[in-house]
Design a protein around this ligand. Sequence first.
Ligand SMILES: Cc1ncc(COP(=O)(O)O)c(C=O)c1O
Length: 402
Amino acid sequence: MAPAAPDVSASLGPLPGQNPPPSAAPEPVLFASPNVTETDIEAVTAVLRSGWLTTGFESAGLESDLQDYLGTAHAVAVSSCTAALEIALAHLRLPNGARVGVPAWTFASTALAAVHNSLQPVLIDADPGSLNLSPTALEPALAQGLDAVIAVHFGGVPVDKAVRDLCTASGVPLIEDAAHALGASDDRGLIGGPGTPAACFSFYATKNLTSAEGGALTTDDPELAAFARTYRLHGMSADSLARYRPGATAGYDVHEPGIKANLPDVLAALARSQLRRFVEMQDRRRHLLHRYRRNLEPAGIRFVPEVVSLGSADHLAALLLPEGTDRGAVVANLRAAGIQTSIHFQPLHHLQWFAANAEIGPGGLPVCDEAAPRALSLPLHLGLTIADVDRVCTALLDEVAR
Ligand SMILES: Cc1ncc(COP(=O)(O)O)c(C=O)c1O
């Protein structure tokens, strides 16, 4: 029989040999926790027993499942969203130093994907309501000259259509960082679906669908899809199945200076299994987030996005603390009460390497600067009960009232 999945919360308890705390501490509320069922475990162990661990039929199966779910022509499974971004940028074949507009309000890897392609990130300010890339800030940056743009659907909230329109009007390719946005939709339908030149998804452990580590690139463009299939495996002309499955005879050539970014079958099986119940998982997520808003908004807590986005994938319970709140104290006191939180994001220009090396777009980054000390993300995962959400809200409101 497969061993039981480890209880993550146990790792937060006393170490073996340590005395338990004198009074029973309340159960910790983790910021994120993967939703792994027995069915997921069976799917992964079936691959472990199959004799084929790396990229093969499961990975191909995940690609076709994603194509069906999103309605996209091509899905290419890769080792991370970062890799998908790197591949999408490499396919543009921009000269060294070409300028890529990226939101300052994102995770480092959005911009590092450009850096790893020898491109220059140009940081663009956020829309104050959603903290997504601001069309108003993007317009003068495009006028100044950008060679590509990466837009992030922050927290799963689709980026303003005006961003797409501006890029189209300027003839500048747009890559979507959809790390938070599986299940999100805008006027085109599901993000990463038909009409998408390049969307990059993450299946990292904290995401709304996980393969532990992993990602996918989806596109309408058969040429990009073919490039990605080669580029994700060193630019080789034949993959592992073609070379090593029983009876295989293929040799290989190297057509591109690719990267190592294929998704192994062991991981693909987990993502595939989760995708089968994804709609149900998203319903639960939406319900929890709705409860957060219902509890906190009447008390004046400002969520991001400020206005509920019906197309959101509800990836984060992100908010802005009231101006002047000592966020460090709030985080520490919530931690002491057993509640983990996170911060999405520290804007890139506040991080050492980007402060020294990234360019800042015209108009600067005032919205990001204003939001940065106030941003806080509350726990949001399927292991939470409504009582957990209520407990987090009560603790947060106590902190804010201090
Ligand atoms: C907006 C954004 N883009 C990209 C990534 C990178 O995803 P991955 O870890 O799959 O490379 C993350 C990771 O959390 C993210 O938040």
